[in-house]
Design a protein around this ligand. Structure first.
Ligand SMILES: Nc1ncnc2c1ncn2[C@@H]1O[C@H](COP(=O)(O)OP(=O)(O)OP(=O)(O)O)[C@@H](O)[C@H]1O
Length: 232
């Protein structure tokens, strides 16, 4: 059973095929990482999954329905949530108000619980715009999680986070494992190897390999193309 699948998804920009014939499937409850070198097509693929970028051809199926032609907000109504590299928080509102908006509920206990998941409870009354970049990323993740999505897409969530914050992020993902399906685009290989149930490797727009962290580590093509390790 899959909650999300893509079927021969393609996206062409002029003479460049950014994503070529990508078919992948994500199982309910798994943490599925998407990795690959810069320019491999990760953001373009996720943009098509989320409904921000129209595919040139191919299909996206979410929760058993073909959503290829549905706009992003309809996919969100169906249970997709995503955080992107550009933060989508309200800088002039407090953390409390940001979370209350995401939850559509001002119940202090619920807001506090949502902030607690990312360790920001004590900053509840601060303006979001006054937070460090790393804390803004955590707030954005908390807002995504608060919506209790069926599929949470995290685009480079640890970018700009300090080591201690990365550890907290790892705890958060582990606490969601099994209940929330997560598609994780991430450059930090330690984070990927530690958190992912399965990994899909993209290279120049194509799927190079899919497998468990151990399988991906042992895959010679992946080692050559991406992991930078040498083998005999
Ligand atoms: N709107 C666009 N117009 C033209 N080319 C684009 C557009 N968006 C992406 N590309 C190109 O498509 C290719 C894939 O880009 P994409 O951003 O999807 O890769 P990525 O794997 O997410 O990279 P990164 O890890 O650097 O974010 C790149 O060569 C990029 O220059």
């Amino acid at each position: 059973m899959t909650i999300l699948s893509t079927d021969k998804l393609n996206r062409v920009f002029g003479s460049l095929t950014a994503v070529r014939d990508v078919s992948l499937s994500v199982d309910p409850g798994e943490v599925h990482a998407l990795i690959g070198p810069n320019g491999a097509g990760k953001s373009t693929l996720v943009g098509m999954i989320a409904g921000r970028i129209p595919p040139t051809s191919g299909r996206v199926v979410f929760d058993g329905k073909d959503v290829t032609s549905l706009p992003a907000h309809r996919r969100m109504q169906m249970g997709m949530a995503y955080t992107f590299q550009i933060t989508a928080i309200y800088a002039r509102l407090t953390l409390f108000d940001n979370l209350a908006l995401a939850l559509d509920d001002r119940d202090p206990a619920r807001v506090a619980a949502a902030l607690d998941r990312v360790g920001l409870t004590e900053r509840s009354d601060q303006l979001a715009g006054d937070l460090s970049y790393g804390h803004q990323r955590l707030l954005e993740i908390a807002m995504g999680v608060a919506q209790a999505p069926r599929l949470l897409i995290l685009d480079e969530p640890t970018q700009g986070l300090a080591e201690s914050e990365i550890a907290g992020f790892g705890d958060l993902v582990r606490s969601l494992r099994g209940t929330t399906t997560i598609l994780l685009i991430e450059h930090n290989m330690n984070v990927v190897m530690e958190l992912a149930d399965r990994i899909t490797v993209l290279e120049t727009g194509e799927v190079l390999a899919t497998g468990t962290p151990d399988q991906i580590r042992a895959n010679l093509a992946v080692q050559d193309a991406y992991l930078g390790t040498t083998h005999a």
